[in-house]
Design a protein around this ligand. Sequence first.
Ligand SMILES: *Cc1c(COP(=O)(O)O)cnc(C)c1O
Length: 354
Amino acid sequence: MDIRFEKREVLKDKPDQKNLGFGKYMTDYMFVMDWEKDKGWTDARIVPHEPISMEPSSVVLHYAQETFEGLKAYRTKSGKIQLFRPDMNAERMIRSNDRLCMPPFPVDMFIEAIKALVKVEEDWVPSEPGTSLYIRPFMFASESALGVHMANAYKFMIVCCPVGAYYPEGINPIKILVEDELVRAVQGGTGFTKCGGNYAASILGQVKAEKMGCTQVLWLDGVHRKYVEEVGTMNIMFKIGGEIITAPIDSGTVLAGVTRDSMLHILKDWGYTVREERLSIDDLMKAGHDGSLEEVFGTGTAAVVSPVGELVYKEDTVTVNNFQIGELTQKLYDYLTGIQWGNVEDKYGWMMEV
Ligand SMILES: *Cc1c(COP(=O)(O)O)cnc(C)c1O
């Protein structure tokens, strides 16, 4: 792939690495490529990160034909920069695009584009403990036309931002509201894709959760509102009676998280029984009350692991592990972040040097 480079006149000032937050500071450059029906993908370019102009009748603004991904670049102690399983993100984006009738962006081009952009933005990859460069590839229908249809023009872009430790004070347990009214996904829908529309529809649940003093929503299945599926931007795992249970992804209603897949590999290697099975909310609350529910944690790229300290479902509340981070949750966090920052041997071959 030939990538054109357009230099910026003046580079931005870099933010204080101790105060990065999440998604606040965009880097100097972005990657852009166009797709047209007769031409395919053309004009790969790395250009200054700045506002783009769009036709108000662009298909994405009306019918939300948009998909995205999220991954990180990590700086190791020796100064190397590495990506975590970027091929998984590339493949997932192809599955998302397929469902939304958007053209695939090939895996090799996806990885090449990310590597090229991260190389240009090398100095933006932070080195403070717990920090990384968050990478956001996304694609949208840019054709100007009203009328619901498969668009004949798309844009693929990548933007980056340095991010801090998701939880600056370390990983602390969160409170979660089990949503018993609104639903996120149904079989046959778009639940397995990372498409903007899924998140637009989830914000009301998030607002409701926050009003009740919770940080996140735990979604139940869309048909029976009975089986536990996932959290807003994380998959969720339960340790019950020594075994790990998490929702299966073959229903098409749960996002196939890269972190989820990695955790399942590690847990199996550590000798845990891992069950990818449906778990009803009633059984979960029961396990919470009878003491067999030992640990609960969310998994996702942003926070890696997020311990859950409390589950609120209707009138019932369950406290998990006395609102303390569980032993296994902490061990998983330390091990996986150890691999990502290059402090633990990468025995699975998950890291890719930039
Ligand atoms: C992104 C996301 C996840 C986590 O996926 P990772 O690849 O581990 O970051 C889980 N659930 C939803 C709904 C998501 O959007």
